[in-house]
Structures are given as C-alpha cells and as structure tokens.
Design a protein around this ligand. Structure first.
Ligand code: SF4
Length: 209
C-alpha cells in the first residue's frame, strides 16, 4: 500500500479508536492481517464458544481457520442442518464475530441485514461482539456510512447471493421493496451499555466490501 495512504490510515485509526472509547466500546488497530488475527484470538480467549454472521473480513485475516484449528468451540453455521437452531445458539455464545457495512470516523457502526440474525446478535445476546473492520469502511459521518452501506456493501452482497433486486442490475441502491431485498433492518450502534462487550479491530488494509 502507498506510504501516504498508510500514514493517513494510521492517523485516522487513532481518531476512530477515541470515538469508540467515547461510546463505551474498545478499539484496536492492526497493521497486518496476521496482527489482526492474533489480537482477535487474544480478545476471544481459548475455550470460548464463538459464532459469526457472514463475515468475509474474518476469513480474509485467517481468523476462521485459526478458530477451527485451535482450542475454541466454533459454532459453524454452514455445517448446521437446522439453521434456526444455529441462529438461536448465537445468542448464547461467548463471542459473536462480525464486520460492519460501514462505520463513522467517530465510532458509530452501521449494519444492514436481510434475515436480521446478524444485527440482532450484535444488538443483544452474545457476551462479546468482535468486529473486524478494514479501514476502507471508515466514513466521514453517519450519512456517508449509510450511503456506503446501501450503495457499496449491499449491492455487492446482492451479487454474492445472486439475488433479484434492482441494485443487482444498477450497482446502486434503488430503495426497493423487492422480496429478495437484503435491506430489511438497519442497525446503528452508537453506544454500548455494557463495558467490554463490543470490540473493534481496525485493520490497515482493505477488507470485505
Ligand atoms: S434496498 Fe433494494 S436496491 Fe437498495 S441496496 Fe437494498 S436490496 Fe439493493
């Protein structure tokens, strides 16, 4: 990555972490995927039950493989035949791993969901929620974060799942009410009531979408 982008990300991460702390959430900054994975495993702790929403960023930093290979009770929803039971198990997990669709530079997290299992687990249930967030998802303000979530993250996710929505054809949000829409629930996480529940690892490189 260009050294000036790296410098900018280093400085911006300090601002984001201050913002998270002001909202009773914990922030960390990792310069590499390896560093991010190591920090995530430290926050999770051996022996913990862990589950996740569809989080590409966790795969990209090697966290999912590390959890499967290590001393963790990883609840792999892809292997569960009863999807509803897998979703319900997430609420009682020690740690729920997610990324966000976007966040503001003062620490507000934005997530959009279709099934809403991810946003509901972020809001309540699991003892800890661990976000893995590439610096590409940090936006100036809430309006920018909402626009990113709707015009970048959602249309790419729609392609990923081959859904029939207007954004699958235009590449931007058309504010649809299609049966296939993945924009059923919007979660804005602006403060954590419970200290030590929400942890955000910012990663220098671009992750997810
Ligand atoms: S509201 Fe509809 S058009 Fe907009 S991003 Fe969501 S699925 Fe796509």
């Amino acid at each position: 990555m260009n050294e000036n982008i790296v410098k900018r990300n280093d400085l911006l991460a300090e601002t984001v972490i201050k913002g998270l702390e002001s909202r009773n959430m914990s922030g960390y900054y990792a310069k590499t995927a390896e560093e991010a994975c190591k920090k995530a495993l430290e926050i999770i702790g051996e022996g913990s039950s862990v589950t996740m929403g569809g989080c590409m960023s966790a795969h990209e930093i090697g966290l999912v493989d590390a959890l499967k290979e290590g001393n963790y009770n990883f609840i792999d929803r892809d292997k569960e035949t009863d999807k509803r039971a897998a979703m319900l198990k997430a609420y009682d997990a020690d740690v729920f791993i997610s990324s966000c669709n976007a966040m503001t530079d003062d620490g507000i997290l934005v997530n959009i969901d279709g099934n809403s299992n991810r946003v509901s687990a972020i809001a309540q249930g699991p003892r800890k929620v661990l976000f893995i967030v590439g610096m590409n998802k940090v936006c100036d303000d809430l309006d920018g974060a909402m626009k990113r979530a709707r015009n970048v993250a959602a249309p790419i996710n729609v392609q990923r799942f081959s859904l029939n929505t207007p954004c699958a054809k235009t590449g931007k949000c058309m504010d649809c009410k299609s049966p296939d829409t993945i924009c059923c629930q919007f979660l804005i996480t602006r403060f954590s009531r419970h200290k030590d529940r929400i942890h955000v690892i910012l990663v220098q490189q671009d992750l997810g979408f």
